[in-house]
Design a protein around this ligand. Structure first.
Ligand SMILES: [Zn+2]
Length: 622
């Protein structure tokens, strides 16, 4: 299973990906663009489980600093509209509520402002600046003003965002390698000592806290908003000097606002209006064929570079050879492309076909004859084809996720020197790597990383999925290990796998065969002593259903409501796993008093959720 396709994820995996993406976004380094988040992943969850709790929670933001503040009123997320129709639905709901209360809906006025794409914060009546946090509590980040952040509201209270002017970012900061102005705001808030790259920006007064009430606004009726839906957005965004993420429309009628109220997630009197990310046209210069892990040979269109939702794109996937034929793709063709969650953007439509389409018939890596499997070209030389061997090995390290240095280039180099199995890689010492052409330091690093791979705690399903058994991706590995422990997998029959929820008989057959083929390798790797975290078996978990079932939790600091050991035992009884140290597998850090900064930093870096003792206790009671 693949995180690139929300439809293929289990609901749990989907939610955990959404959480991860949301957290990455809020910490300043998004892993997917907004549009893909909303239309790909969030939409899939809404379709499957419209009542899922994730859809009704305010997404968590990393916490900054130690001092927590309760917001005078919750800082909620904003409901989104991507079309006139969605905006109309929002209006209809307000009109209905107005009529019920004898308020003339046509007399209601709406204001529209830019939706700033920065770091949300609230300037309070008492002068403190609080980050959004979980929407109820934030952190005291007033110190940003001492660091040089300008208060564009000159002390007025209200909700706003920490932002940097787009122009300033483009002229001075982009070249330093920062992807988005938000990263600078996060950096300034987050660190005690401001990064040297930002000091000049702060001196130049380029980082600001901008309350929403200070922004330019459009004002009109519901009809005006619908009539000028596009125009209002364009005008507001064009005139805003800060990075934007659409516009926000809201009604101004105080009584109506109170009547409409809010869900746990958003205010009903407010909506964010956004545009779908645009597509662009470009010309194909040539097709490059790539043999992947399973032997499928994928055509990649090399195109004249274009900018798509903030990234420069020069390669577009054509998915399979059948497409190249059917769409008549090749040098000179003009395609319309769109960037979605995939790393490589995809074709939306073909504007102009090529005069001559060429389909290869030999594997670009091993020169073996290719065969057709429906629309795909496949290289049958699975064991020897260097591209397949290298990508399979790379897959293991990619899924392991905690090792550096084993990227495609290094692995290709190893494979060409006969270090071409996991067994050989893990047996290699510095000398072997040096003979293969790696430098002294790099060889040493590679060996160290291998030892790290062995010692780092990893989930057993991640380890299993790394072997690339057909039909056994991350989700299915996990599902399988919820039913059988790793050592017993090789004894499973097709029928037994088929009986497990979520496995069809066809995939059961492939899994049994695949496991048989990989048995020697997997058993050997197990004998090396990886530090595997066992997936809890459903048979023991089914009896437990608590808000923390299945979570890995670290308790730290001095607890006030009881001993830490009691808390650990209690968590385990509720189906969680108490860990001693924070690692990338940790879901939650529960902080008592006086938790060290280092620990908090580590938790933040690994995107671990952080709760204090009280919050944790109310979570397990919920
Ligand atoms: Zn090949």
């Amino acid at each position: 299973m693949n995180e690139n396709n929300p439809k293929l994820l289990t609901t749990d995996a989907l939610v955990s990906f959404l959480k991860k993406a949301s957290k990455a976004y809020r910490s300043g380094s998004p892993i997917i663009d907004d549009d893909t988040y909303d239309h790909g992943y969030l939409a899939e969850l809404k379709k499957r489980e419209p009542n899922h709790s994730f859809l009704h929670e305010v997404e968590l933001e990393p916490s900054f600093g130690e001092v927590r503040l309760k917001h005078p009123m919750p800082m909620l997320s904003t409901e989104k509209s991507y079309s006139i129709e969605e905006t109309q639905k929002w209006i209809e709901r307000i009109k209905k509520e107005a009529s019920k209360n004898n308020i003339d809906p046509n007399a209601l006025s709406i204001i529209v402002t830019a939706k700033l794409d920065g770091l949300a914060a609230m300037r309070r009546e008492d002068g403190l600046l609080a980050s959004r946090g979980d929407g109820i509590h934030g952190n005291d980040i007033t110190s940003v003003f001492d660091k040089g952040v300008v208060d564009a509201g000159k002390g007025i209270s209200g909700i706003g965002e920490l932002v940097m002017e787009t122009d300033y970012f483009d002229k001075h900061i982009k070249q330093l390698g920062y992807a988005h102005p938000r990263n600078i705001c996060v950096g300034v808030v987050n660190s005690d000592e401001v990064n040297k790259d930002f000091i000049q920006a702060l001196k130049d007064k380029a980082v600001r806290f901008v309350p929403y009430t200070t922004l330019d606004r459009w004002e009109g009726s519901f009809n005006d908003l619908i009539d000028q839906h596009e125009k209002v957005q364009d005008q507001i965004i064009k005139n805003c000097v800060y990075p934007t993420d659409g516009v926000v429309a809201e009604i101004t009628h105080t009584k109506m606002k109170t009547l409409l109220g809010a869900t746990n997630h958003h205010n009903r009197w407010q909506i964010a209006i956004k545009k779908r990310s645009p597509t662009k046209q470009t010309r194909v210069t040539k097709i490059t064929w790539q043999t992947g892990r399973t032997g499928r040979v994928t055509p990649v269109l090399e195109v004249e570079p274009i900018e798509l939702s903030g990234a420069i794109v020069s390669r577009i996937t054509a998915h399979n050879a059948g497409n190249v034929k059917a769409l008549r793709l090749g040098a000179g063709a003009v395609v319309e492309a769109e960037r979605s969650g995939e790393v490589i953007p995809k074709i939306v439509s073909v504007i102009q076909t090529t005069k001559r389409t060429t389909i290869i018939n030999k594997c670009p890596s091993c020169q073996n004859d290719l065969f057709w499997d429906s629309d795909f070209l496949v290289c049958p030389n699975h064991d020897k084809c260097p591209a397949q061997v290298a990508t399979s090995l790379g897959h293991f390290f990619k899924l392991h996720g905690q090792v550096d240095g084993f990227g495609p280039k290094s692995i290709e180099k190893m494979v060409s020197s006969e270090i071409n199995t996991l067994k050989r890689i893990f047996a290699a010492d510095e000398e072997v790597f040096q003979k293969a052409g790696f430098g002294e330091t790099q060889s040493k690093n590679l060996r160290n990383e291998l030892d790290r791979a062995l010692n780092a705690e990893i989930e057993d399903w991640r380890f299993l999925a790394g072997f690339g058994v057909a039909q056994l991706g991350k989700g299915d590995s996990k599902r399988l290990l919820q039913n059988t422990i790793l050592m017993d997998l090789f004894d499973l029959t097709e029928q037994e796998i088929g009986n497990i929820d979520g496995f069809a008989s066809l995939s059961a057959k492939a899994i049994v065969e695949g496991l048989k083929q990989q048995k020697t390798t997997i058993t050997h790797m197990l004998s090396l002593g990886f530090n595997l975290l066992e997936t809890p078996l459903l048979s023991t978990m089914e009896k437990i259903d608590s808000p923390i079932t299945g979570l890995r939790i670290v308790f730290s600091g001095k607890m006030t409501q009881g001993s830490r050991d009691d808390m650990k035992n209690n968590a385990e009884a509720l189906g969680a796993k108490a860990q001693d140290a924070i690692s990338s597998t940790t879901n939650l850090l529960v902080c008592g008093e006086s938790v060290g900064n280092k620990k908090l930093e580590k938790a933040k870096k690994l995107s671990v959720n952080i709760l204090n003792e009280k919050e944790y206790l109310s979570l397990i009671k919920s």
